[in-house]
Each structure stands twice: as C-alpha cells, then as structure tokens.
Design a protein around this ligand. Structure first.
Ligand code: SF4
Length: 355
C-alpha cells in the first residue's frame, strides 16, 4: 500500500494582515518560520529517510496565508520544489490559505507550479461565528473559493474549528455538511484552544469565553469523523499538532488539548458502537462474544482502556476476540447462534442527532 507523506514547512503569519482572536502562530506550531533558501535542504534530508518505491511525498506550506504573499514570494517558495516534482521524487505541493485570498489568476499560477491540494482555513460556515472570531470573511467567500478551487482541478481541503465563540454543535455540523456540499475531499478538525497573547486569552481571563471541555470536544469530533467517513471525506487531522509549547503548557492557557486527541475520538466511536450493541441485543446474563478487527484493538478498548466498563456491561462474562474478518471500524456481536455486524453507518443518524 502506498504511504503518503508531507514534508511540512511553516510560513508563519507571512502575508497575513489579520489577527484572528485565537491565533498566535508561534505558540500553535512551535515551528520556526521558513525562508525559500531553506526549502531544498529540508526536502533532501527528508527524502533520504523515505523509500520512494512505496511512498507518495508532497511538500506542504502551512501555517499562514500562502496566497496572501506577494506573487514573487509565492514563486520563490515554489521554485525550489520544481526539480523534485520533475524528477518524480515529489508528487506535488499542498498549501493552506484563507478563503478570501483565492482568485483565478493565483490558481492558474499555482497549478503551473505543481500545487495539487489547497486547504482552506474555513473554521466555520456560520457568519456569526466568523464575525465573532474576527476572521474577516463570510460564508459567501468560503463558497466562492471552494468552487473556484474545484473548478481549477485542485484537491480541496477544509479546516474547521470546534468551540469557537458563538459556535455550537449545530453550527459545527452545518460546517461539516458545507464541506461535503462544496466538494472537500479532506478535512482537518481543530478544537479551539486558548493560546497566550491572543484576544481569546483576554476574553477567557475576563470569563467571557469558556472553551469546550475535553469530553465535549472528543464527542463532537467523534461525531464529525463518523459523518465525514460516511461521506468518503478523509479526516487528515483531528486535534492540534503537539508542539513543545503545547506539551509543556507554556503557550496554552485552557482548552481541550490532548496529545492523543485523535485516538480519544476514535475510541469514542467504538463506544457509540458498543452502546448500540448494548441497547439492541438484550444480552443481559447471556453469553455474548464481541469481535473486532485486530487493527482496531486500541480504539476498541479505548484510550486508557476507557471502553472496558461498557464492554464488561455488555458481556457480563466478557468475551472479546480479534477477528480479521470483521471489517475495520466495525464490530461483530454474537449471542447464541445470532451474529450481528455493527457497521458505523448503522449508528450514524442516531449519533448525529445526539446533543
Ligand atoms: S488568518 Fe490564519 S494566520 Fe492570520 S491571524 Fe488568522 S489564523 Fe492566524
């Protein structure tokens, strides 16, 4: 199976005239700002560690508003990548930018320079949430940018945030549905954290903003992962990258940060499946066997084995077995001669309605 890698470069606040209330890029990424002359060295170093036979490697420019840079600066970053694309060592470039910095002329230039995926920092489709987060664009900009990106044949990615001021589950679910309707093929989900030296930090100090607690952020993320996977949309990240600042707590004041946030969300999805089995198999005092795909073992038992309680509640005399035949992400439950395969699609509508 082909493995996919991205060599990440962080273009911090470059070209970004905004100051969104949650953003202090240095704290969030913990990465050094990159300059074009540093690009080839890092690509060479990275490629020397990857076997190109079964790998597809992209170069990524993240962190800022890439298309907000002057045209010459964008070219200066993309130029050094060209020889690697021509030689086939690099498949293409992915970059992140804001929805209001997309136009046809820029897209034509990016296409010619090997960009194949554009991630829009959408954050929310609710105009109220966008306004309250001082994002400086509207849902109309998100729609226009998304259609133009698709029209020019790029892979479209959407980044969305959970727990922004004025946001709630309904707004976040609508944001996810908008990603699907607008043709996003990939998404990143970021729970909002309160980072030092931001306006959100001031609001938090004044008790005007309360971040999501971890359980709620995990719950919403799990529901969104379920939704996106049912629509064939890849969730390429859930939870912020664990920078040194975040790990040490230096840069972060509050919010649902966890090093293994994605695992917690995946564990929660198995909890939803287990709840469904518990509610539908009337298994009290009966022998029941739960089978899971071996690749799901960690998520089935849950982060820190947090699903053990419900597993034991389902099968008093708990029997669990690994089974390659169980589809990845699903569970099989056997009572007597009755076996039920519980796929994620079975629980989707019920879970999405849950508050
Ligand atoms: S647009 Fe992006 S880089 Fe600029 S302040 Fe907002 S989050 Fe930060």
């Amino acid at each position: 199976m082909t493995k996919h890698y991205t060599i990440p470069f962080f273009v911090l606040h470059k070209g970004c005239p905004f100051k969104c209330i949650f953003c202090d890029q240095n704290s969030i990424t913990g990465e050094e700002n990159v300059t074009p002359d540093k690009v080839p060295k890092k690509i060479d170093k990275y490629l020397s560690t990857v076997s190109s036979q079964d790998a597809e490697v992209d170069v990524g420019f993240f962190g800022g508003t890439f298309t907000g840079l002057k045209k010459e600066e964008q070219i200066a970053f993309l130029d050094p990548v060209q020889k690697y694309i021509k030689s086939g060592q690099i498949k293409g470039v992915r970059l992140s930018t804001r929805p209001d910095f997309i136009d046809a002329e820029t897209l034509r230039m990016l296409k010619d320079l090997g960009v194949r995926c554009i991630e829009l920092g959408v954050q929310s489709i609710s105009d109220k949430v966008l306004k309250d987060s001082r994002r400086g664009y509207t849902s109309g900009d998100v729609k226009n940018a998304s259609s133009l990106i698709k029209e020019y044949g790029f892979i479209l990615g959407h980044q969305m945030m959970l727990g922004l001021p004025s946001s709630d589950w309904e707004a976040e679910y609508l944001t996810a549905r908008a990603a699907k309707d607008l043709g996003a093929e990939e998404v990143r989900i970021y729970p909002t954290l309160v980072i030092k030296n931001t306006e959100l930090a001031d609001r938090w100090h004044q008790t005007k903003y309360v971040p999501l607690d971890e359980a709620e952020a995990v719950e919403r993320s799990a529901k969104l992962i379920l939704y996106f996977s049912s629509e064939g949309i890849k969730v390429i990240r859930c939870g912020l990258h664990a920078s040194v600042d975040l790990l040490s707590g230096e840069g972060m004041l509050a919010g649902p940060f966890h090093e293994a946030f994605r695992s917690k969300a995946e564990s929660r999805i198995f909890y939803f499946l287990l709840e469904y089995i518990k509610g539908s198999m009337h298994s009290k005092n009966k022998e029941i066997t739960l089978r899971y795909n071996p690749r799901d073992e960690a998520d089935f038992f849950g982060f820190g084995r947090e699903n053990i309680g419900i597993i034991t509640a389902i099968c008093g005399k708990a029997q669990t077995e690994r089974d390659e035949k169980v589809p990845k992400g699903a569970l099989s439950a056997e009572v007597g001669n009755k076996t039920m395969i519980v796929e994620r699609s079975i629980i989707l509508s019920k879970i999405l309605k849950r508050r």
